[in-house]
Write a protein that binds this ligand. Structure first.
Ligand code: SF4
Ligand code: SF4
Length: 223
């Protein structure tokens, strides 16, 4: 399981990421970034005059995602989308606001918090939030198989006691062993056996196996 430090580093490499909240029942997004991590979780800041602040306070949770190293969509000779190998990472977590005293105590032994202390002094409307409990996923893709023999490696993570579900579809005992699913899976995610088995860390949840299985043996959490 990825550590809080490793999760933070995935986001930190991206820099600015998309932070989404709920406002009056509607999803809203904006670009922001994390500035620190420690054993308690991952930290971001905003100002009390921004709608972002009110939404985070009211909901008590947030979701964040980003993509590295290149978020541009290119197109091949058939005008199909293609991507430079990299990863996307997403996280959803519960948040709480820190007091100035807490921020100053953390700054005393963690230099990443100095910027927060500086910001609060320069812009007194600044507030610091901690994501103290979260779960998410790093989705590492190499669709052209430039660096390995399969397209996808997914790794789910959690901290602070949040539970995480495994990725991917599942094959049940209804499987008759015909092998059709393996033939139509371009992610090399299916292993022969009785029943056949899906490697969740490689499964894109594209649905090809699901729609082609003659026995109705494949189930998805999304259905
Ligand atoms: S297509 Fe369905 S029945 Fe055939 S091997 Fe795959 S899961 Fe089993
Ligand atoms: S959902 Fe797609 S990627 Fe996942 S096992 Fe089925 S065919 Fe492969």
């Amino acid at each position: 399981m990825m550590t809080i430090k490793e999760i933070y580093e995935k986001f930190d490499k991206i820099g600015c990421t998309t932070f989404s909240t709920i406002h009056d029942g509607r999803a809203e997004s904006r670009i922001a970034h994390f500035f620190a991590w420690d054993e308690d979780g991952i930290y971001f800041r905003t100002m009390i005059v921004k709608p972002f602040y009110k939404q985070v306070k009211e909901a008590g949770n947030i979701t964040v995602c980003g993509m590295y190293p290149n978020s541009q969509v290119m197109h091949d000779e058939n005008n199909l989308p293609s991507f430079v190998p990299g990863y996307s990472v997403r996280l959803t977590g519960d948040v709480r606001e820190l007091s100035m005293k807490e921020v100053e105590e953390k700054a005393a032994h963690n230099r990443d918090f100095n910027v927060a202390v500086y910001d609060i002094k320069k812009y007194p409307a600044t507030r610091i939030f901690l994501i103290y409990r979260a779960k998410g996923e790093c989705y590492d893709f190499d669709y052209g198989k430039e660096h390995r023999d399969h397209k996808l490696e997914r790794e789910r993570f959690s901290y602070g006691g949040m539970e995480v579900e495994p990725a991917g579809l599942t094959i049940t005992d209804k499987c008759i062993g015909c092998g059709k699913c393996q033939t139509v899976c371009s992610f090399d995610a299916i292993v022969s056996g009785t029943p056949y088995r899906i490697r969740g860390n490689r499964c894109d949840e594209c649905g090809n196996c699901y729609v082609n299985c003659p026995a109705g043996a494949i189930v998805s959490k999304g259905l």
